[in-house]
Design a protein around this ligand. Sequence first.
Ligand SMILES: *Cc1c(COP(=O)(O)O)cnc(C)c1O
Length: 408
Amino acid sequence: MLTRNPHLARLKSRYLFSEIGRRRREFADAHPGVRVISLGIGDTTEPLVAPIVAAVRERAAAMGTREGYAGYGDEQGLTALRQKIAEVVYRGQVAPEEVFVSDGCKCDIGRLQLLFGPAAHLAVQDPSYPAYVDSAVITGMTGDLIEARGQFAGITYLPCHADNGFFPVLEAIPHRSLVYFCSPNNPTGAVATRAQLTQLVTAVRERRGVLVFDAAYSAFIRDEGLPRSIYEIPGAREVAIETSSFSKPAGFTGVRLGWTVVPRDLRYEDGAAVHDDFNRIVTTVFNGASVFAQAAGLAALGPDGLAATRRQIDHYMGNARLIRETLEQAGFKVFGGVNAPYLWARIPGKTSWEAFDELLYQAHVVATPGSGFGPAGEGYLRFSAFAHREDVEEAIGRLRRVFAKPGS
Ligand SMILES: *Cc1c(COP(=O)(O)O)cnc(C)c1O
């Protein structure tokens, strides 16, 4: 028999969502017939918009003809889609050849870890999207889990909390680190300002590191003054990779389509282009995104697709507003939910799991315990705006009844 990959053996069990499931089942067994509403999931709920469905239909029909059939395509994606992303998302700030189309941003995060290898030192926001840390553990970048701290040895965790406006102390970033940064942030809903991202780019450049900027929620930014891409920051092309996705803005969580930009200006110490290595990784362990997903992506970036997905994002942001107002009235301290589909809230004096249970048992509403995203998430709950409106309305009605303040 083979021995187990020691890096995989180091991973924590996927405790968060299994524990949520366990507590939900326990509640359901004790309270048969009570409908629990989840505002906890980071998955889209609204159907694909019409221009996208039409494009996939058309591509499927063409694939059934000799003339329209296509086999393997370029691993980096359709030229037309790379051009469209460069033009529509980046307004020409990146070249089409710098865009690698993929089956999603999470998959690209795994491939980026492969690119930098086990010797790289990771620095991450705490709390953060779990894939950054877990894929680094699998790649062998870390030591063992330090149980008492809930952190892996060999990773620099950058605490983000209310006191620092959910923006980390950049002096804590070690030299030559691979820095993961997500804005608009999952889970906190914090959106970094232009000044903050400028400081971040400067800090990573001074430390001769590489920044991986996760822009999966950039389309939720409505404030014109906030940057939607790291490439809006001068000098970013020499230090930053950006990874992004159609999943959240266009409901492609099941369709699967994302991309990663590796600028030609990003170099290793010896002057070699990181771009060429990423190209090698992509052509080795990936064989291109599905033709249907790419047709869907082209439609999502066309004028009709952009208009329709914008309305869908408006729907989610309307949910966020309703949830935010309700939580604030209920006495929670609330962050995020503006320019981001997540709200980060705390019931003063409670741990994440205590707050989770209170919400489940009293209002029959599920949110995600913040502690599941890293030690600095303790005390918070993440509320997601990805839901049908009627579920949000039902949930906020319950929250209002349960948390109504006397006299109000
Ligand atoms: C949902 C999410 C992704 C995943 O995107 P896919 O393209 O569906 O793989 C990436 N990053 C963050 C922060 C996310 O929340």
